[in-house]
Design a protein around this ligand. Structure first.
Ligand SMILES: Nc1ncnc2c1ncn2[C@@H]1O[C@H](COP(=O)(O)OP(=O)(O)OP(=O)(O)O)[C@@H](O)[C@H]1O
Length: 676
């Protein structure tokens, strides 16, 4: 399509009557959606968990095929489900969960999978043409260049002349000696005769000698000329050798390059070009990243920049940000938002999915609101609409994050003393910290991500091993070396990374409901007929294992109801089929309802809508009496609303333990950067 025509289009792409159902039509994820996305603008897609945001973007990205309806891109109907369609139409996605190779550098991650794009068909032709040019130049270097040829001819001619002259001189010399001999003979035989002819002969000798002298002179000048010529030829030769060598190198490189680029398995990467491109893109968008840094060493915010660079590298025109700010700190969110502004200025069309309405309002030109699979509003006047109004449209009621807290009692349940955690590379991520959590207390861990909160949390959960002298005492027993299985008997754990530690994605809801308490006798009992040994457990027919399916299904049902988990009509569906937020709600329900004395809640509201957030914290607070609760979140405003005390972490140390009722956000954010 001509650019001019393209510029006149109102929409970069359109969803037209899109409907998508799952589970034989029982779940309507998208219901007849009609939505046009304007070019070079940021359109936010908001809605409750399970309202159909991911399904809609997945259809655009070609991961799902819509049941009915069509998608138009640049005014043309496109089958996005066709393999490679998203790539062809330059649509990229930045996910909440990064797809990066930890052991590769930033640049390696960016070019991974895009290597073949470094040589297009056109480029290949240019390469091949250049090779044949070079070959020709190389082969005919001496022969084609006329002036050089002439010089060579001249050089050889001169050599021939010189040889002739030498011969002449030799002959003359021979002549002289012959004549002298003759003279002598004459002298000896006939002195008289000699006397007469002497003068004549002497004259002849003199003449010959004179000739010889002249001969000598011209020989010298000839020699000089030859010497100069030889010098020149040498110079020419050296220069040519260098030139030839360079040409040969270039030729060899291009040949290997071409060969390897055509092969799918091995390849030589044109790093010079990649670095130049990296420099150009990062400068253009003001992204500060070292191309040689290992991804494993990057902060979450920088990793996300790598994800964004991946889309810019292949010049995507549409970029979908799918809950991209969920794992970012405040500073990182701000830097992402300003980067999105730059992308917009560079005419990228942005689809921005987020549950954080404050940032949606800051960045979006248009806000599309989904509810239960329907598009219920497309708000274009984003300056006027308030966050509360958006939230109300999304969830149907006004939601305020205020809670009535319980009062903890003085009895300490958890005592952490001198906790130190050193990473495999010797970095002290947690540096000798101590705190306690009382019965009924909700204790928060706050700080900018990467200051030790996650490690403290994981040491208590048993995922990470602290140093020997660390003490994690629960009800006066040091549990530091307890296995996770033993901890599970009294600890409930909502993991920070629910996909890694919280669920088994391709197992059913029922299966996932018992993965942290499968030892509970009410779900399954081992029945031993013979001697108790390992074989009893491995009995292939399962004779000795009695599973109480009814108890498991009842339990699963209870979890779903407790947290209003959406999309869970069938308890045997794989948990991956739930929306991200609903998977999270399922895990939270399991851990809160499971018997426990200590609740570890890591980012429990990540990726959740405001109504679910309210629901979850209400449950956590209602669950807290008689237990200790450790809450780790990057959302400081949520910690302030929910916690009784908050530890602020900076560089692996606790800089302060605060009572959130007596602190304001300003003071806390100063502590985040070590200014106590
Ligand atoms: N593959 C699938 N099989 C069955 N149901 C599915 C599948 N994918 C999505 N669903 C259901 O479709 C509905 C919409 O899900 P979707 O993931 O699009 O919601 P969402 O708005 O992105 O939610 P969240 O904010 O929690 O990520 C949900 O009820 C979900 O359970």
């Amino acid at each position: 399509m001509q650019n001019k025509e393209k510029n006149n289009l109102i929409y970069k792409f359109e969803f037209i009557n899109i409907t998508k159902k799952f589970l034989n039509g029982k779940i309507v994820a998208n219901n007849n959606i009609n939505l046009g996305i304007e070019p070079s603008k940021v359109t936010a897609l908001v809605g409750e968990n399970g309202s159909g945001k991911s399904t809609l973007t997945s259809i655009l990205f070609g991961l799902y095929k819509q049941d009915t309806g069509e998608i138009k891109i640049d005014g043309k109907v496109c089958d996005m489900y066709q393999s490679g369609a998203a790539k062809k139409h330059r649509i990229g996605m930045v996910h909440q969960h990064f797809h990066l190779v930890e052991k590769f550098t930033v640049l390696e991650n960016i070019i991974l999978g895009q290597e073949e794009l470094s040589i297009s068909l056109d480029e290949k032709e240019i390469h091949e043409e250049r090779i044949s040019q070079l070959e020709e130049k190389y082969n005919s270097f001496f022969y084609k260049n006329k002036s050089k040829k002439e010089q060579f001819e001249e050089y050889y001619n001169l050599k021939i002349i010189l040889r002739n002259k030498r011969f002449l001189r030799y002959r003359n010399k021979l002549n002289i000696s012959k004549i002298e001999q003759k003279i002598k003979n004459i002298e000896n035989s006939n002195k008289l005769k000699y006397k007469i002819s002497k003068t004549k002969k002497e004259q002849k000798i003199n003449k010959i000698k004179q000739n010889l002298k002249q001969e000598e002179k011209s020989r010298e000048s000839l020699n000089l000329e030859i010497l100069n010529l030889e010098k020149e030829v040498l110079k020419l030769k050296t220069k040519s050798v260098l030139q030839i060598e360079e040409l040969r190198k270039e030729l060899d490189f291009l040949k290997i390059d071409l060969k390897t680029r055509n092969s799918s398995k091995y390849g030589i990467l044109n790093y010079k070009k990649y670095y130049q491109r990296f420099e150009a893109i990062t400068q253009r968008y003001g992204i500060n990243l070292n191309p040689d840094q290992l991804v494993s060493k990057l902060s979450v915010g920088d990793r996300q920049k790598v994800e964004i660079l991946k889309t810019l590298w292949v010049e995507k025109e549409v970029i979908i940000f799918d809950e991209a700010t969920a794992t970012l700190s405040i500073d990182e969110i701000n830097s992402l938002l300003s980067l999105i502004k730059k992308l917009k200025e560079a005419n990228k069309t942005i689809l921005f999915i987020s549950h954080k309405l404050q940032e949606v309002k800051t960045i979006a030109d248009n806000i599309a609101i989904l509810k239960k699979g329907n598009l219920i509003a497309l708000e274009k006047n984003t300056k006027k609409i308030t966050i509360e109004e958006i939230a109300k449209m999304m969830v149907g009621t006004k939601v305020i994050l205020e809670f009535k807290k319980n009062s903890p009692i003085e009895k300490k349940l958890l005592e952490v003393k001198n906790l130190t955690y050193i990473t495999k590379k010797g970095f002290k991520a947690v540096d000798n910290i101590s705190f306690d959590i009382k019965e009924g207390e909700i204790f928060g861990l706050a700080g900018i991500e990467g200051n030790g909160q996650e490690e403290i949390f994981n040491c208590i959960a048993g995922i990470k091993k602290p140093t020997k002298d660390s003490i994690i005492s629960f009800q006066n027993q040091n549990i530091k070396d307890f296995k996770i299985k033993t901890r599970n008997q009294f600890i409930s754990h909502i993991p920070i990374d629910r996909f890694k530690h919280g669920i088994i994605a391709d197992r059913s809801l029922a299966f996932n409901s018992i993965i942290t308490n499968f030892n509970d006798q009410k779900f399954a009992k081992f029945y031993f007929e013979g001697k108790k040994n390992q074989d009893n457990y491995k009995n292939p027919k399962g004779k000795n294992l009695i599973i109480n399916n009814k108890a498991i299904y009842d339990w699963t049902d209870k979890l779903i109801k407790k947290m209003n988990v959406d999309g869970a009509n069938n308890l045997n569906i794989e948990i991956r089929n739930l929306s991200g937020g609903n998977q999270q709600k399922f895990v939270i329900a399991r851990e809160i309802l499971k018997e426990h004395k200590l609740l570890l809640a890591g980012h429990p509201t990540r990726g959740l809508d405001i109504k679910s957030i309210k629901h979850i914290y209400t449950e956590i607070i209602n669950n807290s009496p008689k237990k200790a609760t450790l809450l780790y979140s990057l959302e400081i405003s949520e910690l302030i609303s929910v916690c009784d005390r908050i530890a602020i972490l900076y560089k692996g140390k606790i800089v302060n333990i605060i009572d959130p009722r007596n602190y304001d956000l300003n003071k806390i954010s100063k502590m985040f950067v070590g200014e106590v």
